[in-house]
Design a protein around this ligand. Structure first.
Ligand code: FPP
Length: 242
């Protein structure tokens, strides 16, 4: 067990949950069984984040690029969302967790959308951990959307092009919206040994610390999570200063 400094807990941790497919292959089971195991790992990390006093947890559940996967895999991942909600919504409410979505989920299957909206509605007044599910999320996509809004305001004459600020761009991102507001993540974790950002939190990650774990996501435990946080706490963050 690692010793964590409670005074230096990251407020916002974002996770690229990678390796479900490789885990499935290792265990000789279908890819979807890997995602199912990934869902169980995710649930434990939500619970543990709450216990550690982390205020915001974001997980990369489905990217704008993930639609390229087989129909079977895509619809299977969305079905897991229904399974997750049906099984765990009550516990999330009991634990005061507020669920938010980062991404345009208007085109996901109807039953998943219904489950998601039920979750958002039931947890919207919760004041504990904010659990952001990045769904149909792409970093470039959200920056493009924000820029489009600003360009409209400039075209309407509401603002001048030279008035555009970084804050305005940030406010137009999913993490800048009123209900899903989240500060920039101090820590971004990626599992499975891959060391890429894959279009995740491009704007918000400007000063994030990156911690890469070799563990495949379904094997990622609260213990492993604490090791990543300890690694983060050992770093000296300077934000470009000295
Ligand atoms: C990456 O592993 C994982 C995903 C693209 C999906 C993540 C989904 C879950 C953890 C399911 C539960 C989510 C919710 C919100 C209920 P990969 O398939 O790219 O792994 P590989 O690189 O080993 O093939």
């Amino acid at each position: 067990m690692v010793e964590l400094n409670r005074e230096r807990m990251p407020r916002h941790v974002a996770i690229i949950m990678d390796g479900n497919g490789r885990w499935a292959k290792q265990h000789g089971v279908p890819r979807l069984a890997g995602h199912r195991a990934g869902m169980e790992a995710m649930k434990k990390i939500v619970d543990h984040s709450d216990k550690l006093g982390i205020k915001y947890l974001t997980v990369y559940a489905f990217s704008t690029e993930n639609w390229k996967r087989s129909m079977e895999e895509v619809s299977g991942i969305f079905k897991l969302l229904v399974v997750f909600v049906n099984r765990d919504l009550k516990e999330l409410v009991d634990n005061n967790v507020r669920v938010e979505v980062l991404g345009d989920y208007s085109m996901i299957p109807e039953d998943s959308k219904e489950a998601l909206e039920r979750t958002l509605a039931r947890t919207k007044d919760d004041t504990g951990l904010q659990f952001n599910i990045a769904l149909n999320y792409g970093g470039r996509d959200e920056i493009r959307r924000s820029v489009e809004q600003i360009a409209r305001r400039a075209a309407n004459g509401e603002i001048k092009p030279e008035d555009v600020t970084e804050d305005m761009i940030g406010q137009g991102l999913w993490t800048g919206s009123e209900h899903a507001y989240s500060p920039d993540p101090e820590l971004i974790i990626r599992t499975s040994g891959e060391e890429r950002l894959s279009n995740f939190m491009l704007w918000q990650g400007a000063y994030s610390e990156f911690v890469f774990s070799d563990v495949l996501w379904p094997d990622f435990t609260p213990d492993e999570f604490e090791k990543c946080i300890a690694e983060y706490q050992s770093r000296d963050r300077r934000f470009g200063g000295r």
